[in-house]
Design a protein around this ligand. Structure first.
Ligand code: PEP
Ligand code: MG
Length: 327
């Protein structure tokens, strides 16, 4: 039975993802290392929605230099044959640490120097990655994604760093896409609530629900003892997600969701109903999500999804979700 189901799903790999009423939906892949593009391609991904580049830096003694990074990014870009590749600048710190680096014991590493905060404190290392990504943009459609933004000044500084990397390459006559889109990950409640701060600065947004849930509910995502409280359907989480999607759609800024929620078929209709049209997930989940998209009648799920935003009781929330997913 399982094998039959798998075969049925595999046949969907070339089917265009769209809802019953014909609304197109983008299903992109999350990857961690360049070879993961094979699985993304087999699953028929519309592109790479999240390349977690920090994995190139982890489990090794020395850091990858510009050449090594450039080759890794170029390999992914060329393998996707013109489909967009979203390269996230390294998200190190907290749950993803470098090997062999002395670091102080911190009470709250997830609230400390991680992701873009860390990059901005080590501009020399950051410049190396920015140049490598820019160089890869000459070989296909590359978008750059900044993790864990929380304030406007941080985005301004990042954009300045990108301009500096561009100027260095230009001075050396090295080609790159001068109009490379730059996006931000919405993973911190402050960023979701003050989305307008980024409207004119960024070309696209991507909601990182793994961290957004952690920071909204004050649940350490790596701590098993509180894992039972980690709830994607918590009304506060749903409100923030809905707020970002509607704010972005209203102002015509493309928005994707690339946390684990994007690959959970129980949540596909809910997210579609809230207005999400770009999903990014592990390639292994893509065909099942596509099947769900193909079975979805958008007008009926919109209504139920909006009603779910008004529910505070967890049991009623679950019942409503079951109704949304029925048939
Ligand atoms: C997220 O936080 O949802 C996300 C996609 O990033 P990561 O899981 O790599 O922190
Ligand atoms: Mg994250």
């Amino acid at each position: 039975q399982i094998e039959l189901e798998r075969q049925k799903l595999r046949r969907l790999s070339t089917t265009r993802p769209q809802t019953i009423d014909g609304t197109p939906v983008e299903l992109n892949a999350n990857i961690e290392l360049p070879d993961d593009v094979i699985e993304a391609d087999e699953a028929g991904a519309s592109g790479i929605g999240l390349f977690r580049t920090e994995f190139l830096f982890m489990n090794r003694d020395t850091l990858p230099n510009e050449e090594e990074q450039f080759e890794a990014y170029r390999k992914v870009v060329e393998s996707m044959h013109g489909l967009p590749v979203t390269i996230r600048t390294y998200d190190l710190g907290a749950d993803k640490q470098l090997d062999g680096v002395e670091r102080p014991m911190l009470q709250n590493p997830a609230l400390g120097l991680r992701a873009i905060r860390l990059c901005l404190t080590e501009p020399r290392r950051f410049q190396i990655q920015l140049r490598a990504i820019l160089r890869a943009s000459n070989y296909g459609k590359v978008r750059m994604l900044i993790p864990m933004i929380s304030g406007a000044a941080e985005v301004d500084q990042t954009l300045q760093q990108i301009e500096l990397a561009k100027a260095t390459l230009t001075a050396k006559g090295i080609p790159f896409d001068p109009n490379i889109p730059v996006g931000g990950m919405i993973e911190v409640p402050a960023a979701a609530l003050a989305l307008r701060m980024f409207r004119r600065k960024l070309d696209f947004l991507s909601i990182g629900t793994n961290d957004l849930i952690q920071y909204t509910l004050a649940i350490d995502r790596t701590d098993d003892s509180v894992a039972h409280l980690y709830d994607p359907l918590h009304p506060a989480v749903l409100h923030l997600i809905a707020l970002v999607i509607s704010g972005a759609n209203r102002t015509n800024i493309p928005v994707a969701l690339c946390g684990e929620m994007a690959g959970d078929i129980k949540l596909t209709r809910l997210l579609l109903g809230l207005g999400l049209r770009q999903f990014s997930m592990h390639p292994g989940q893509m065909l099942a999500v596509k099947q769900e998209v193909l079975r979805t009648n958008l007008s009926s799920v919109k209504l139920l999804a909006r009603r779910m935003l008004r529910i505070a009781d967890p049991e009623r929330m679950q019942n409503m979700l079951d109704r949304l997913n029925a048939d």
